[in-house]
Design a protein around this ligand. Structure first.
Ligand code: T4K
Length: 377
Protein backbone atom coordinates (compact mmCIF):
# COMPACT_ATOMS: atom_id res chain seq x y z
CA UNK A 1 0.00 0.00 0.00
CA UNK A 2 1.28 3.47 -0.92
CA UNK A 3 2.23 5.82 1.93
CA UNK A 4 -0.12 8.77 2.63
CA UNK A 5 1.13 12.24 1.74
CA UNK A 6 2.79 13.96 4.72
CA UNK A 7 1.06 17.29 4.00
CA UNK A 8 -2.63 17.38 3.05
CA UNK A 9 -3.37 17.66 -0.66
CA UNK A 10 -6.48 19.82 -0.91
CA UNK A 11 -8.89 20.06 -3.81
CA UNK A 12 -7.52 23.55 -4.37
CA UNK A 13 -5.14 26.14 -2.93
CA UNK A 14 -5.30 29.84 -3.67
CA UNK A 15 -2.73 31.24 -6.08
CA UNK A 16 -0.68 33.79 -4.14
CA UNK A 17 1.29 36.45 -6.01
CA UNK A 18 4.90 37.10 -4.89
CA UNK A 19 4.71 38.62 -1.41
CA UNK A 20 6.91 41.57 -2.49
CA UNK A 21 4.21 42.58 -4.99
CA UNK A 22 1.58 42.53 -2.27
CA UNK A 23 3.86 44.42 0.13
CA UNK A 24 4.42 47.18 -2.43
CA UNK A 25 0.65 47.52 -2.86
CA UNK A 26 0.14 47.62 0.90
CA UNK A 27 2.55 50.56 1.09
CA UNK A 28 0.22 52.51 -1.20
CA UNK A 29 -2.80 51.62 0.95
CA UNK A 30 -0.90 52.65 4.11
CA UNK A 31 0.11 55.94 2.52
CA UNK A 32 -3.47 56.62 1.45
CA UNK A 33 -4.90 55.68 4.86
CA UNK A 34 -7.92 54.52 2.92
CA UNK A 35 -9.13 50.94 3.49
CA UNK A 36 -12.60 50.61 1.98
CA UNK A 37 -15.61 52.60 0.62
CA UNK A 38 -14.69 53.00 -3.04
CA UNK A 39 -10.97 53.71 -2.55
CA UNK A 40 -8.50 54.45 -5.32
CA UNK A 41 -7.17 50.85 -5.54
CA UNK A 42 -10.72 49.57 -6.00
CA UNK A 43 -11.38 52.16 -8.70
CA UNK A 44 -8.20 51.15 -10.52
CA UNK A 45 -9.16 47.50 -10.19
CA UNK A 46 -12.65 48.09 -11.62
CA UNK A 47 -11.08 49.82 -14.65
CA UNK A 48 -8.69 46.90 -15.21
CA UNK A 49 -11.56 44.42 -15.05
CA UNK A 50 -13.55 46.53 -17.51
CA UNK A 51 -10.64 46.43 -19.91
CA UNK A 52 -10.09 42.71 -19.42
CA UNK A 53 -13.77 41.91 -19.98
CA UNK A 54 -14.38 44.58 -22.60
CA UNK A 55 -17.38 46.07 -20.83
CA UNK A 56 -17.95 49.19 -18.73
CA UNK A 57 -20.78 47.48 -16.88
CA UNK A 58 -18.84 46.05 -13.96
CA UNK A 59 -19.73 46.36 -10.27
CA UNK A 60 -17.57 44.94 -7.46
CA UNK A 61 -18.80 43.43 -4.17
CA UNK A 62 -17.23 41.85 -1.10
CA UNK A 63 -18.31 38.35 -2.15
CA UNK A 64 -20.18 36.55 -4.90
CA UNK A 65 -23.19 35.58 -2.79
CA UNK A 66 -24.08 39.19 -1.95
CA UNK A 67 -23.36 40.23 -5.54
CA UNK A 68 -25.95 37.74 -6.79
CA UNK A 69 -28.44 38.53 -4.04
CA UNK A 70 -28.25 42.27 -4.70
CA UNK A 71 -28.16 41.76 -8.45
CA UNK A 72 -31.50 39.92 -8.33
CA UNK A 73 -32.91 42.61 -6.05
CA UNK A 74 -31.65 45.44 -8.24
CA UNK A 75 -33.14 43.86 -11.36
CA UNK A 76 -36.52 43.61 -9.63
CA UNK A 77 -36.94 39.89 -10.22
CA UNK A 78 -40.23 38.55 -8.81
CA UNK A 79 -42.20 35.30 -8.42
CA UNK A 80 -40.62 32.11 -9.75
CA UNK A 81 -37.11 31.62 -11.02
CA UNK A 82 -36.12 28.49 -12.94
CA UNK A 83 -32.77 27.25 -11.73
CA UNK A 84 -30.42 24.30 -11.38
CA UNK A 85 -30.21 21.95 -8.41
CA UNK A 86 -26.57 21.10 -9.26
CA UNK A 87 -24.75 24.08 -7.78
CA UNK A 88 -23.29 25.51 -4.61
CA UNK A 89 -26.08 26.33 -2.20
CA UNK A 90 -25.37 30.10 -2.44
CA UNK A 91 -27.11 30.22 -5.85
CA UNK A 92 -30.41 29.22 -4.24
CA UNK A 93 -29.80 31.25 -1.08
CA UNK A 94 -29.63 34.39 -3.26
CA UNK A 95 -33.18 33.60 -4.45
CA UNK A 96 -34.38 32.87 -0.94
CA UNK A 97 -33.12 36.23 0.41
CA UNK A 98 -35.17 37.94 -2.33
CA UNK A 99 -38.30 35.92 -1.43
CA UNK A 100 -38.17 34.30 -4.87
CA UNK A 101 -39.38 30.77 -5.45
CA UNK A 102 -36.76 28.42 -6.91
CA UNK A 103 -38.07 26.02 -9.55
CA UNK A 104 -35.45 23.30 -9.93
CA UNK A 105 -35.12 21.57 -13.29
CA UNK A 106 -32.70 18.93 -14.49
CA UNK A 107 -29.23 19.31 -16.01
CA UNK A 108 -27.69 17.87 -19.16
CA UNK A 109 -25.37 14.89 -18.61
CA UNK A 110 -22.20 16.03 -20.42
CA UNK A 111 -21.28 19.30 -18.71
CA UNK A 112 -23.91 19.43 -15.96
CA UNK A 113 -25.49 22.76 -16.93
CA UNK A 114 -29.26 23.38 -16.90
CA UNK A 115 -31.20 21.54 -19.63
CA UNK A 116 -32.93 24.16 -21.85
CA UNK A 117 -35.81 21.81 -22.74
CA UNK A 118 -36.57 21.34 -19.06
CA UNK A 119 -36.41 25.09 -18.56
CA UNK A 120 -39.01 25.75 -21.24
CA UNK A 121 -41.31 23.06 -19.86
CA UNK A 122 -41.24 24.63 -16.38
CA UNK A 123 -42.30 28.16 -17.37
CA UNK A 124 -45.54 29.42 -15.79
CA UNK A 125 -47.21 32.86 -15.76
CA UNK A 126 -45.28 33.54 -12.51
CA UNK A 127 -41.84 32.89 -13.99
CA UNK A 128 -39.77 36.05 -14.29
CA UNK A 129 -36.22 34.78 -14.78
CA UNK A 130 -33.86 31.90 -15.47
CA UNK A 131 -30.89 31.58 -13.11
CA UNK A 132 -28.43 29.23 -14.80
CA UNK A 133 -24.96 28.28 -13.56
CA UNK A 134 -21.80 27.85 -15.66
CA UNK A 135 -20.93 25.04 -13.30
CA UNK A 136 -17.17 24.22 -13.09
CA UNK A 137 -16.78 27.03 -15.65
CA UNK A 138 -18.51 24.98 -18.38
CA UNK A 139 -20.65 27.40 -20.41
CA UNK A 140 -24.39 26.82 -20.29
CA UNK A 141 -26.32 26.25 -23.54
CA UNK A 142 -26.09 29.97 -24.25
CA UNK A 143 -27.99 30.20 -27.53
CA UNK A 144 -30.86 27.95 -26.48
CA UNK A 145 -31.33 29.76 -23.17
CA UNK A 146 -31.22 33.18 -24.86
CA UNK A 147 -33.91 32.06 -27.32
CA UNK A 148 -36.15 30.77 -24.53
CA UNK A 149 -35.69 33.94 -22.48
CA UNK A 150 -36.53 36.09 -25.51
CA UNK A 151 -39.56 34.00 -26.48
CA UNK A 152 -41.05 34.17 -22.98
CA UNK A 153 -39.84 37.62 -22.01
CA UNK A 154 -37.75 36.36 -19.10
CA UNK A 155 -34.55 37.76 -17.64
CA UNK A 156 -31.56 35.50 -18.18
CA UNK A 157 -29.12 35.57 -15.28
CA UNK A 158 -25.92 33.58 -15.03
CA UNK A 159 -24.21 32.47 -11.87
CA UNK A 160 -20.73 32.59 -13.37
CA UNK A 161 -19.03 32.07 -9.99
CA UNK A 162 -16.67 29.50 -11.55
CA UNK A 163 -16.27 31.09 -14.96
CA UNK A 164 -13.88 34.04 -14.75
CA UNK A 165 -11.44 33.76 -17.66
CA UNK A 166 -13.87 31.72 -19.79
CA UNK A 167 -14.68 33.03 -23.27
CA UNK A 168 -17.05 31.79 -25.98
CA UNK A 169 -16.59 32.64 -29.64
CA UNK A 170 -13.92 35.16 -28.71
CA UNK A 171 -16.10 37.03 -26.21
CA UNK A 172 -15.86 36.85 -22.42
CA UNK A 173 -18.67 34.82 -20.93
CA UNK A 174 -19.61 38.03 -19.07
CA UNK A 175 -21.28 39.24 -22.28
CA UNK A 176 -23.98 36.56 -22.33
CA UNK A 177 -27.35 36.95 -20.59
CA UNK A 178 -28.75 40.05 -18.88
CA UNK A 179 -26.47 39.78 -15.85
CA UNK A 180 -23.65 37.52 -14.63
CA UNK A 181 -22.16 37.06 -11.20
CA UNK A 182 -18.51 36.06 -10.75
CA UNK A 183 -17.06 34.88 -7.44
CA UNK A 184 -13.53 35.94 -6.55
CA UNK A 185 -13.33 33.65 -3.52
CA UNK A 186 -9.90 32.28 -2.56
CA UNK A 187 -10.80 28.83 -3.90
CA UNK A 188 -11.47 30.10 -7.43
CA UNK A 189 -9.04 30.01 -10.34
CA UNK A 190 -9.13 33.81 -10.17
CA UNK A 191 -9.60 35.48 -6.79
CA UNK A 192 -9.34 38.58 -4.60
CA UNK A 193 -9.33 36.62 -1.27
CA UNK A 194 -13.08 37.17 -1.00
CA UNK A 195 -14.91 39.10 -3.67
CA UNK A 196 -17.64 39.16 -6.24
CA UNK A 197 -18.58 40.99 -9.40
CA UNK A 198 -21.68 41.66 -11.45
CA UNK A 199 -21.54 42.34 -15.16
CA UNK A 200 -24.73 43.43 -16.90
CA UNK A 201 -26.12 44.66 -20.20
CA UNK A 202 -28.32 47.53 -19.00
CA UNK A 203 -25.98 50.32 -17.88
CA UNK A 204 -28.94 51.90 -16.03
CA UNK A 205 -28.51 49.21 -13.36
CA UNK A 206 -25.09 50.43 -12.25
CA UNK A 207 -26.48 53.17 -10.02
CA UNK A 208 -28.89 50.78 -8.31
CA UNK A 209 -26.15 48.23 -7.61
CA UNK A 210 -23.91 50.99 -6.23
CA UNK A 211 -26.70 52.11 -3.89
CA UNK A 212 -27.55 48.58 -2.80
CA UNK A 213 -24.01 47.68 -1.76
CA UNK A 214 -23.57 50.93 0.22
CA UNK A 215 -26.64 51.07 2.49
CA UNK A 216 -28.67 52.87 -0.21
CA UNK A 217 -26.74 56.13 0.26
CA UNK A 218 -27.08 58.65 -2.55
CA UNK A 219 -25.36 61.43 -0.66
CA UNK A 220 -24.30 62.10 2.91
CA UNK A 221 -27.89 62.91 3.85
CA UNK A 222 -29.99 60.83 1.42
CA UNK A 223 -30.82 57.11 1.57
CA UNK A 224 -32.87 56.09 -1.46
CA UNK A 225 -33.32 52.35 -0.88
CA UNK A 226 -32.81 49.81 1.90
CA UNK A 227 -29.35 48.69 0.87
CA UNK A 228 -26.82 46.69 2.80
CA UNK A 229 -23.05 46.64 3.24
CA UNK A 230 -21.44 44.60 0.46
CA UNK A 231 -18.42 46.74 -0.40
CA UNK A 232 -15.09 45.36 -1.51
CA UNK A 233 -12.08 46.55 0.50
CA UNK A 234 -8.82 48.01 -0.78
CA UNK A 235 -6.87 44.89 0.22
CA UNK A 236 -9.24 42.65 -1.69
CA UNK A 237 -8.88 44.92 -4.71
CA UNK A 238 -5.09 44.82 -4.39
CA UNK A 239 -5.10 41.02 -4.37
CA UNK A 240 -7.45 41.05 -7.37
CA UNK A 241 -5.12 43.32 -9.34
CA UNK A 242 -2.08 41.16 -8.61
CA UNK A 243 -3.74 37.82 -9.32
CA UNK A 244 -5.05 39.22 -12.62
CA UNK A 245 -1.45 39.87 -13.69
CA UNK A 246 -0.67 36.17 -13.21
CA UNK A 247 -3.96 34.69 -14.40
CA UNK A 248 -2.68 33.37 -17.73
CA UNK A 249 0.12 31.42 -15.97
CA UNK A 250 -2.34 30.01 -13.45
CA UNK A 251 -4.74 28.86 -16.17
CA UNK A 252 -1.92 27.33 -18.22
CA UNK A 253 -0.67 25.38 -15.20
CA UNK A 254 -4.16 24.09 -14.45
CA UNK A 255 -4.64 23.17 -18.11
CA UNK A 256 -1.52 21.00 -17.93
CA UNK A 257 -2.77 19.37 -14.71
CA UNK A 258 -6.11 18.49 -16.30
CA UNK A 259 -4.34 17.10 -19.34
CA UNK A 260 -2.12 14.94 -17.13
CA UNK A 261 -5.13 13.50 -15.26
CA UNK A 262 -6.97 12.86 -18.52
CA UNK A 263 -4.00 11.04 -20.06
CA UNK A 264 -3.21 9.00 -16.98
CA UNK A 265 -6.82 7.98 -16.21
CA UNK A 266 -8.15 7.76 -19.78
CA UNK A 267 -8.35 3.97 -19.86
CA UNK A 268 -9.48 3.37 -16.30
CA UNK A 269 -12.91 1.71 -16.51
CA UNK A 270 -15.48 3.53 -14.44
CA UNK A 271 -13.75 6.93 -14.42
CA UNK A 272 -15.46 9.35 -16.81
CA UNK A 273 -14.26 12.83 -17.68
CA UNK A 274 -16.68 15.33 -19.21
CA UNK A 275 -16.22 15.42 -23.00
CA UNK A 276 -13.74 18.04 -24.27
CA UNK A 277 -15.28 21.46 -24.86
CA UNK A 278 -15.72 22.71 -28.43
CA UNK A 279 -12.91 24.86 -29.90
CA UNK A 280 -15.16 27.94 -29.63
CA UNK A 281 -14.72 27.83 -25.84
CA UNK A 282 -11.65 29.16 -24.05
CA UNK A 283 -11.80 27.33 -20.72
CA UNK A 284 -10.28 28.30 -17.35
CA UNK A 285 -9.59 24.78 -15.99
CA UNK A 286 -10.93 25.77 -12.55
CA UNK A 287 -12.04 22.27 -11.55
CA UNK A 288 -11.27 18.68 -12.58
CA UNK A 289 -14.54 16.80 -12.07
CA UNK A 290 -14.77 13.08 -12.83
CA UNK A 291 -17.69 10.69 -12.49
CA UNK A 292 -17.12 7.38 -10.74
CA UNK A 293 -19.28 4.52 -12.01
CA UNK A 294 -19.39 2.01 -9.18
CA UNK A 295 -20.33 -0.93 -11.43
CA UNK A 296 -17.36 -0.46 -13.71
CA UNK A 297 -14.86 0.94 -11.21
CA UNK A 298 -15.62 -1.64 -8.54
CA UNK A 299 -15.83 0.83 -5.67
CA UNK A 300 -18.29 3.65 -5.17
CA UNK A 301 -17.50 7.35 -5.42
CA UNK A 302 -17.79 7.62 -1.63
CA UNK A 303 -15.42 4.70 -1.08
CA UNK A 304 -12.88 6.29 -3.45
CA UNK A 305 -13.30 9.63 -1.65
CA UNK A 306 -12.59 7.93 1.72
CA UNK A 307 -9.71 5.89 0.35
CA UNK A 308 -8.02 9.02 -1.02
CA UNK A 309 -8.66 10.81 2.27
CA UNK A 310 -6.76 8.03 4.07
CA UNK A 311 -3.84 9.02 1.83
CA UNK A 312 -4.26 12.66 2.87
CA UNK A 313 -5.82 13.60 -0.50
CA UNK A 314 -8.88 15.76 0.09
CA UNK A 315 -11.05 15.57 -3.01
CA UNK A 316 -14.52 17.17 -2.88
CA UNK A 317 -17.95 15.95 -3.89
CA UNK A 318 -19.07 19.17 -5.58
CA UNK A 319 -22.12 19.26 -5.74
CA UNK A 320 -23.48 16.62 -3.42
CA UNK A 321 -26.05 16.65 -1.94
CA UNK A 322 -28.18 18.46 -4.50
CA UNK A 323 -29.51 21.79 -3.24
CA UNK A 324 -33.17 20.59 -3.06
CA UNK A 325 -32.01 17.81 -0.73
CA UNK A 326 -30.70 20.21 1.93
CA UNK A 327 -33.04 20.47 4.92
CA UNK A 328 -33.84 24.13 4.26
CA UNK A 329 -35.01 23.46 0.68
CA UNK A 330 -36.74 20.09 1.05
CA UNK A 331 -40.11 21.82 1.27
CA UNK A 332 -39.74 23.22 -2.28
CA UNK A 333 -42.23 21.40 -4.47
CA UNK A 334 -40.44 19.38 -7.19
CA UNK A 335 -41.81 19.63 -10.72
CA UNK A 336 -39.06 17.52 -12.21
CA UNK A 337 -37.57 14.22 -10.97
CA UNK A 338 -34.06 15.69 -11.53
CA UNK A 339 -32.87 12.23 -12.51
CA UNK A 340 -29.69 13.32 -14.32
CA UNK A 341 -28.71 15.70 -11.51
CA UNK A 342 -29.32 12.98 -8.91
CA UNK A 343 -27.20 10.47 -10.76
CA UNK A 344 -24.35 12.98 -11.30
CA UNK A 345 -24.43 14.09 -7.64
CA UNK A 346 -23.94 10.44 -6.59
CA UNK A 347 -20.94 9.96 -8.88
CA UNK A 348 -19.11 13.27 -9.06
CA UNK A 349 -15.67 13.83 -7.53
CA UNK A 350 -13.46 16.91 -7.99
CA UNK A 351 -9.75 16.09 -8.09
CA UNK A 352 -7.02 18.39 -6.72
CA UNK A 353 -5.87 21.12 -9.09
CA UNK A 354 -3.92 24.27 -8.22
CA UNK A 355 -0.94 26.29 -9.33
CA UNK A 356 1.52 24.72 -6.89
CA UNK A 357 0.49 21.10 -7.58
CA UNK A 358 3.43 19.23 -9.08
CA UNK A 359 3.27 16.79 -11.97
CA UNK A 360 4.67 14.08 -9.65
CA UNK A 361 1.81 14.62 -7.22
CA UNK A 362 -0.77 14.42 -10.02
CA UNK A 363 0.89 11.17 -11.10
CA UNK A 364 0.81 9.84 -7.51
CA UNK A 365 -2.87 10.79 -7.04
CA UNK A 366 -3.74 9.10 -10.34
CA UNK A 367 -1.81 6.01 -9.23
CA UNK A 368 -3.76 5.89 -5.98
CA UNK A 369 -7.04 6.15 -7.91
CA UNK A 370 -5.94 3.19 -10.06
CA UNK A 371 -4.93 1.21 -6.95
CA UNK A 372 -8.29 1.87 -5.31
CA UNK A 373 -10.07 0.28 -8.29
CA UNK A 374 -11.84 -2.91 -7.44
CA UNK A 375 -10.69 -2.89 -3.81
CA UNK A 376 -14.31 -2.85 -2.61
CA UNK A 377 -15.23 -6.05 -4.46
N1 T4K B 1 -22.35 30.26 -6.80
C1 T4K B 1 -21.57 29.20 -7.00
C2 T4K B 1 -21.87 28.27 -8.13
C3 T4K B 1 -20.46 28.96 -6.15
O1 T4K B 1 -19.69 27.86 -6.34
C4 T4K B 1 -20.19 29.87 -5.12
C5 T4K B 1 -19.08 29.63 -4.21
C6 T4K B 1 -21.03 30.98 -4.96
C7 T4K B 1 -22.12 31.14 -5.83
C8 T4K B 1 -20.81 32.00 -3.89
O2 T4K B 1 -19.65 32.78 -4.10
P1 T4K B 1 -18.84 33.40 -2.82
O3 T4K B 1 -19.85 34.09 -1.97
O4 T4K B 1 -18.15 32.26 -2.11
O5 T4K B 1 -17.89 34.37 -3.48
C9 T4K B 1 -15.95 26.75 -1.44
C10 T4K B 1 -15.96 28.27 -1.46
O6 T4K B 1 -15.99 28.82 -0.16
C11 T4K B 1 -17.09 28.85 -2.26
O7 T4K B 1 -16.68 30.16 -2.61
C12 T4K B 1 -17.32 28.06 -3.54
N2 T4K B 1 -18.45 28.53 -4.27
C13 T4K B 1 -17.49 26.59 -3.24
C14 T4K B 1 -17.68 25.77 -4.50
O8 T4K B 1 -16.30 26.14 -2.63
P2 T4K B 1 -16.12 25.10 0.54
O9 T4K B 1 -17.04 25.01 1.71
O10 T4K B 1 -15.88 23.90 -0.26
O11 T4K B 1 -14.71 25.77 0.97
P3 T4K B 1 -13.54 25.19 1.85
O12 T4K B 1 -13.23 26.21 2.90
O13 T4K B 1 -13.84 23.82 2.29
O14 T4K B 1 -12.33 25.22 0.83
C15 T4K B 1 -12.06 24.16 -0.09
C16 T4K B 1 -10.59 23.79 0.00
O15 T4K B 1 -9.78 24.87 -0.42
C17 T4K B 1 -10.13 23.49 1.43
O16 T4K B 1 -10.24 22.11 1.65
C18 T4K B 1 -8.69 23.93 1.45
C19 T4K B 1 -8.57 24.95 0.34
N3 T4K B 1 -8.41 26.32 0.85
C20 T4K B 1 -9.50 27.07 1.15
C21 T4K B 1 -9.36 28.38 1.57
C22 T4K B 1 -10.56 29.22 1.92
C23 T4K B 1 -7.13 26.83 0.98
O17 T4K B 1 -6.15 26.13 0.72
N4 T4K B 1 -6.97 28.12 1.38
C24 T4K B 1 -8.03 28.94 1.67
O18 T4K B 1 -7.84 30.13 1.99
O19 T4K B 1 -16.71 26.27 -0.38
Amino acid sequence: MTEPFKEPIYVTRPFLPPIEEFAAGLKEIWDNQWLTNNGSVLQRYAKQLSRYLQTDNVCLFNNGTLALQLGLQGMGITGEVITTPFTFVATTHALYWNKLRPVFVDIEPDHYTIDPEKVEAAITPWTSAILAVHVFGYPCKLKELAQIARRHNLKLIYDAAHAFGVAVEGKSIAHYGDMSMFSFHATKVYHSMEGGMLTFQDSGLRQTFDYLKNFGFKSETEVVMPGTNAKMTEMQALMGILVLKHLDEVIEKKRAIEEAYRERLADVPGIRFPPPLPPSVRYNYGYVPVEVDENEFGVSRDQLYSELKKHNIHTRRYFYPLVPDFACYRHVEARDPLSVARSVAERILCLPTYFGLSGDTVEAISGMICNARGRGR
